[in-house]
Design a protein around this ligand. Sequence first.
Ligand code: NAD
Ligand code: IPM
Ligand code: MG
Length: 354
Amino acid sequence: MKIAVLAGDGIGPEITAEAVRVLKALTSDGLHFELEEAPVGGAGYRASGHPLPEATLKLVKGADAILFGAVGDFSLDTLPRELRPEQAILGLRKELNLFANFRPALVYPELVHASTLKPEVVTGLDIMIVRELTGDIYFGQPRGIHTLPNGEREGFDTMRYSESEIRRVACVAFDAARKRNRRLCSVDKANVLDTMQLWREVVIEVAKDYPDVELSHQYVDNAAMQLLKNPKQFDVIVTGNMFGDILSDEASMLTGSIGMLPSASLNERNFGLYEPIHGSAPDIAGKGVANPLATILSVAMMLRYTFNQGEAADRIESAVKKVLAQGFRTGDIAETGKLTVGTREMGDAVMAAL
Ligand SMILES: NC(=O)c1ccc[n+]([C@@H]2O[C@H](COP(=O)([O-])OP(=O)(O)OC[C@H]3O[C@@H](n4cnc5c(N)ncnc54)[C@H](O)[C@@H]3O)[C@@H](O)[C@H]2O)c1
Ligand SMILES: CC(C)[C@H](C(=O)O)[C@@H](O)C(=O)O
Ligand SMILES: [Mg+2]
């Protein structure tokens, strides 16, 4: 199993190092991983003048899966957009056609205290957000900043989705719902946006092939509120690129921390990029305090989705549950006044539990 390891910027290298240790530990189970690292994001720009260097792209194209840390470097924010670190992850998603993004939000019993919501609202919460990842206002043309006849500048981006783009992610979400509790909520803004009216129409068409899955619809503003009011009403949520970005960060706080949410970004062949949903966290980078569990759990998703190694994935997830039960906490998930561990110690604990 060939894995390209792209650690990226900020806390990226710290959290990725722990996930790589976990992968290497599984080698003793008879699994064989070939790991190769390459620079990406700000690190890619500094190494070769581009956030997604040619050599990095070549490496990922020859790999079976990608383990991704995070990109983002505020000191490069003045660069033209195409050279900024974030273009690396956007470029990989587009180039590799990773349209289906799975972002599970799971509340571990030991972390109920860390949730921003009351225990009875989040205990046992287990939802899956399926975010479309290669379309929407993120990639729609035209876009830009131009000067109006009156001399002021205007910025513009275009929200667009074709029927086939909506259909394929809807199918993925219905399939996921079928394997879970057979409830799918499609989140859109069909009351205002034409793109989203089409979204709703196509989702309803696709639903005809899934009579066993209960489909509901919510406008995104209501969905953002419902996630805080009664998150357990959801099983699978399917939504567009931008709404999914925002709702998944929101959902992370139901679980206690953004440092707990892994993700899988897949194409039609289950080739995948696996990354935590958070960013490079410049405010804590280099301090050794970042929570590595989202990245470690992303490795479990990789084993399950791309490599069909469900047992190994279960082992990682059980190890994470065990360290939480043992009381290991990085700062983001700690109770006030309680002892915390750093990134490396959390990795050590997971290794020991494995
Ligand atoms: N996929 C990605 O690579 C990705 C995702 C999101 C943001 N970004 C980029 O990251 C940079 C920083 O963005 P931001 O500050 O808006 O979001 P962020 O997710 O990096 O950080 C938000 C907050 O969450 C905390 N946090 C994040 N991950 C954590 C972890 N593992 N453990 C403990 N705390 C954690 C941070 O310290 C910060 O306070 C920006 O350049 C942004 O574009 C990249
Ligand atoms: C860094 C950025 C391009 C990215 C996104 O908006 O998709 C991030 O926020 C994410 O959630 O992976
Ligand atoms: Mg995001």
